[in-house]
Design a protein around this ligand. Sequence first.
Ligand code: PD2
Ligand code: ZN
Length: 277
Amino acid sequence: MTSPATTGQHQSITRELRQWIASQTAEGHGRDAVLQAMLAAGWSHQLATEALTETPSAAVRVPWPEAAASSLRLDAGDRQVAISTVMRTPDLLVLENLLDADECLALIAAARPRLRRSLTVAVETGGEEMHDDRTSDGMFFTRGESGLVATIEARIAKLLDWPVENGEGLQVLRYGPGAEYKPHYDYFDPAEAGSATILARGGQRVATLIMYLQEPVEGGATVFPDLRLQVVPRRGSAVFFSYSQAHPSSQSLHGGMPVLAGEKWIATKWLREREFV
Ligand code: PD2
Ligand code: ZN
């Protein structure tokens, strides 16, 4: 696969490049393969991903509730969820009362006996490993494993207009004093050897929803360093962000700041491009 040559120092998306991308995707080449061919031909990452996004057959669809542009709240099926912050490019929402206090407490009670020291994805192998960047304890529910989990998953699917099947199982994390999650990206780096195994289970992660089940006494904000934004954890509220590019240009770098006092509990739902199996 050879991409058209670049347009020199000041690159711009040409008609030829657009047509070439469309023809490659029509032939069944994946988005990442097309991207790699453009990079090999000297196109900048930013321009190559913009060209992919602008070519409908190669664009990655990500969850985004269109009503967030003008509404004060979103329909989540069994409840209305209030929006308190909206950001575009990158796309981010802060949502209030996504969960009620009873649901938060019930999730914590169900997760507590199953907590283990959190692992991170081992990018070289596609497996998991313990890492100092992540000092919380955690567990995964399987999709739909209880009535409560299924209710919350259906609410998220309606809210974000994204199929329940495309979601990973809900992850619950507990951070005690001193625990943190250093800034990272939630997508899988396609260049890493272990990513092929992970991506085979439903494609790339395209969005993250972090729901706050319990607020700590001090510390523990979710921080977005590129945006200079901190989201303060409040029981029942959530932060949602999507990333159509598996690249730092997505500006989706985020971390959990150290908890200084008390315990912070969250539940995270990661959304994939396709059905997660
Ligand atoms: O707990 C957080 O604030 C946090 C920060 C970064 C959670 C996640 N990432 C995550 O669950 O991916
Ligand atoms: Zn994260």
